[in-house]
Design a protein around this ligand. Structure first.
Ligand SMILES: [Zn+2]
Length: 333
């Protein structure tokens, strides 16, 4: 079998003859952005300059427009492709499917002229992600080690809500997370009836607006730099302030702080300092979820993403052992 998929040293996931996902590759005319996280937008400026088309979902485009500014994507030919719609390019077909990760995230299916189904999962969490039949499967490997198993997925949301309620008794509750994850937390709190004001800096505000335009329900947001919200924060009054993880050393010191992270496996909530907690809310599959995808997808070859953070080599080994099929970690170090 000829090599129909690969991952380059720059992190580009190559599918079939024409598609490079999530990093720039000079040999492919089509660039796909599976979702709006930075490690999947690598070399995007270069792709915009040189690729024939840059493909992404409308939601991903809207997110990039607010994260990078509206001019960013105007440097190239961006084409939005919705879930389930197929684009034909020469003798191959490209289709996006939903990936439960952040808003707009897509799995990519390429069907070549021989009928081979080449699938790239992108980042995903099994709960809301359809399993695609694949001959060749490229998958993320973030939690690709058997040590990365979560046995508590059910109670995390309730725990989050009660922790926030508890924090509000002391005043402002700070929540730190990455784009997409913060909005998931807002949705959980809003859905649970938490009615304290949500306070956000400008970037988080705009990302949240896009999430709402695409159907998420987050509740009313106040800008942290403006009148009433500013006063809530300054006087440590009850409200929930959402900040990007990158601000954790600049904001809310000494306050009640919650960090939302996937890298927690032993317990859904852990106290790391006085009034500081980590809540284990992940937007990636754990090890069992990755294995479940392989089992349902029935590929003859699996390529584990060894470019982005995770356990690709361990995952490939476990897949070989458990399913008796070929599995490799790429790029090789
Ligand atoms: Zn991601």
């Amino acid at each position: 079998m000829s090599v129909k998929a690969s991952i380059t040293n720059k992190g580009a996931v190559l599918l079939g003859k024409y598609v490079a996902c999530d990093a720039f590759d000079e040999s492919k005319p089509l660039r796909v952005v599976t979702h709006a996280h930075a490690d999947h937008m690598m070399g995007l400026q270069q792709s915009l300059r040189t690729c024939e088309r840059v493909l992404m979902t409308k939601a991903t485009k809207d997110l990039i427009d607010v994260m990078r500014g509206p001019l960013f994507l105007m440097g190239g030919f961006v084409e939005t492709l919705e879930y389930g719609k197929t684009l034909q390019y020469e003798d191959e077909h490209v289709t996006f499917f939903c990936a439960d990760h952040i808003l707009g995230a897509a799995q990519v299916l390429v069907e070549d002229a021989e009928g081979t189904r080449i699938v790239y999962t992108g980042d995903f969490r099994v709960s809301g992600t359809p399993f695609l039949d694949a001959n060749v499967l490229v998958m993320e490997a973030t939690y690709g080690s058997p040590a990365c198993k979560r046995s508590f997925s059910k109670d995390v949301k309730d725990l989050l809500v009660s922790l926030v309620d508890e924090g509000l008794k002391h005043g402002t509750v700070y929540v730190f997370g990455y784009h997409g994850k913060l909005q998931e937390v807002m949705q959980i709190l809003h859905g649970a009836g938490v009615r304290a004001p949500f306070v956000v800096p400008e970037r988080v505000f705009h990302v949240s607006r896009v999430c709402e335009q695409h159907g998420m329900r987050l509740g009313r947001l106040m800008l942290s730099e403006e009148g009433e919200a500013k006063e809530l924060l300054e006087r440590n009054l009850p409200c929930i302030a959402f900040y990007h993880m990158g601000s954790k050393n600049k904001v809310g010191q000494g306050g009640f702080r919650i960090f939302v992270s996937g890298w927690e496996f032993d317990s859904p909530c852990r106290e790391i300092a006085d009034k500081e907690y980590i809540i284990a809310l992940s937007d990636h599959s754990d090890f069992d979820g990755l294995m479940e995808y392989v089992r349902r997808s029935k590929p003859r070859l699996v390529i584990a993403d060894n470019f982005r953070i995770g356990y690709a080599k361990t995952l490939a080994k476990e897949i070989r052992k458990r399913f008796g099929i070929s599995a490799v970690a790429l790029p090789k170090e």
